[in-house]
Design a protein around this ligand. Structure first.
Ligand code: FE2
Ligand code: FE2
Length: 285
């Protein structure tokens, strides 16, 4: 029977759902980048030629058969200074990036019924496009080292935050960009050092690009979180603390990259009260 829907122009929510339903990593990121380019082109035409629309995104995105997904405590730890350790690190970052592609398309599809400025969609399309590039860069680096994404086991728990906040846009913004992606800003400089020490210039360049671009993803999170707090006449810091305690298990771990977090619009009084340590202020003498 002919599909009467097939001639209808695709909405942004349809495109997001299609990316989520694509299993292979390289195919998912290729589609993600193509739809991001289509969206940008349509926005340059003035009035949006692509409608936002609504969709029914899957609760879990499609994923390749490999890597095997394990409970985080069962993922083997390797020495970061060794060849195997560096491969494991790149593999872990590739896995995070693939999850991030899905997380950004998911926020578009899942909350497209919420009235939001078009800039909200511009930002998450841009972030999804950048995560797709990051995934491909990590895959290229792995392949240069004779490995590939899927060769090692990976964390199973990464979609948990998306599931927990599937019906709470502010909870999603608080936990995904403002906690999880902000954590990336804390740990990436240490990773860059590991690859610099090993003189793996391509990985250093890729991680430096990721580090620079991730600041804007955290910034999109704080921007839209603050926007929604303003819409509901609520105090952003109080709401942030409540939502992170509700949806994020455990304390936030210092040391924090206070400077990059500030660049991204995250002030210290947002995250320090959620850590398990007292803040030590630098002495002024
Ligand atoms: Fe990324
Ligand atoms: Fe990101």
């Amino acid at each position: 029977m002919p599909d009467i829907q097939s001639d209808a122009p695709k909405t942004l929510a349809d495109m997001a759902t299609e990316v989520l339903n694509t299993a292979d990593g390289r195919a998912k990121t290729a589609l993600s980048r193509r739809y991001a380019a289509d969206w940008r082109a349509s926005r340059q035409e003035g009035a949006s030629a692509i409608e936002i629309g609504t969709a029914a995104p899957p609760l879990h995105p499609a994923r390749p058969d490999q890597p095997e997904l394990l409970n985080p405590r069962d993922v083997p730890k390797r020495k970061p200074g060794s060849d195997a350790g560096r491969k494991a690190l790149l593999h872990a970052v590739a896995h995070i990036e693939l999850n991030a592609v899905d997380l950004h398309w998911d926020i578009i599809a899942r909350f497209s019924h919420t009235p939001l400025p078009l800039g909200f969609f511009d930002d998450w399309v841009q972030a999804a496009d950048e995560e797709s590039k990051h995934f491909n860069l990590m895959c290229d680096c792995l392949e240069d080292l004779g490995s590939y994404y899927g060769e090692l086991p990976a964390h199973a728990g990464m979609w948990r935050a998306a599931e927990d906040t599937a019906e709470d846009l502010m909870g999603r913004l608080a936990v995904v960009p403002m906690v999880l992606e902000a954590r990336g800003l804390d740990v990436t400089p240490g990773m860059i050092k590991i690859f610099k020490n090993a003189k793996l210039d391509k990985a250093v360049a890729a991680l430096e690009l990721i580090y620079a671009e991730e600041v804007s993803h955290v910034a999109y999170g704080s921007k839209w979180f603050n926007f929604l707090c303003g819409r509901h006449n609520e105090d952003p810091k109080e709401v942030f603390h409540t939502l992170v305690r509700k949806y994020f298990k455990g304390a936030l771990k210092p040391p924090f990259n206070e400077e990059k977090r500030a660049d991204a619009g995250l002030p210290p009084d947002f995250y320090w009260p959620l850590s398990d340590q007292e803040r030590v202020l630098p002495s002024l003498d």
